[in-house]
Design a protein around this ligand. Sequence first.
Ligand code: GLV
Ligand code: GLV
Length: 321
Amino acid sequence: KRFKIFVTRNIPQKALDILQPECHVTQWKSDDPVPRSELLKNVPGIDGLYCLLTDTIDGDILTAAGPSLKAVSTMSVGYDHINLAELKRRNIPLGYTPDVLTDATAELTVSLLLATSRRLLEAAEQVRNGGWGSWVPLWMCGSGLSNSTVGIVGLGRIGMAVGQRLKPFGVKRFLYTGRSPKSDSHLLPAEFVSLDDLLLQSDFVIACCSLTPETTDLFKTETFEKMKSSAIFINTSRGGVVNQDDLLEALESGTIKAAGLDVTVPEPLPTDHPLLELENCVVLPHIGSATVETRTEMSVLAANNLLAGLKGHPIPCQVQF
Ligand code: GLV
Ligand code: GLV
């Protein structure tokens, strides 16, 4: 057992089976996030840290870990919870889990879009509470994807997979925006446009971007006002890309028609949050990658990333910084 590592949560056994033969594993054995104080207490002297997106890994944690720390691995594709500058300063590599969750996350994004556009939760609730009177021509009608324009903000791995899944629904045009045009956008095909043009023209606006300083609060009053009043907004990236107070206002006032969110600020969203009272808002508990297969693959990849980093080998999926 050469390496001392700390694992911040219960993770699938398959991942522990990879780590345990080569590491002395200390683990926060819970399905709840490790409290900050426990994290600080457990990192001094470790060689490797295996963390989740619910753990804030900043300079204080890295300083507490000390010079023994050789690698950090997160069981997530997003790494906005990790201070990259602090890692870079200490020359500590970071592993993450792209690709293995692309299909599951795209599938959930499509599910959430359909649940929102076809008002599934609202309709099912009507069946339960006696609101289903008859087959009424315009009752519980939503919006269809046929002949629609879909705008994808962030045409990365997940954004592209979302587009490919939506295409057979008869979408007429795909627009996308982001830092720069993508070389593979012809695969959809999708047209690179400005954010404003995307907002003005899209029937469905889907946020698939990562959370960075440029995308923080990207969706705010000004943004919602540019959207069609019939537009449906979907977010499966990070809650931080949306100003939630502005979104609430846009949904209440009819500035946009509906929203589907798999991510919020905070997570979990308090049960008395006003967004949860709206019929035109579907909120899910950050389950984009939540299939048994995918979560297992993520945990295994994160374990392999960590071991490679500890041994000084090339890390299978390493964040470049
Ligand atoms: C999920 O949100 C992830 O970043 O893996
Ligand atoms: C719907 O059930 C229809 O038959 O139109």
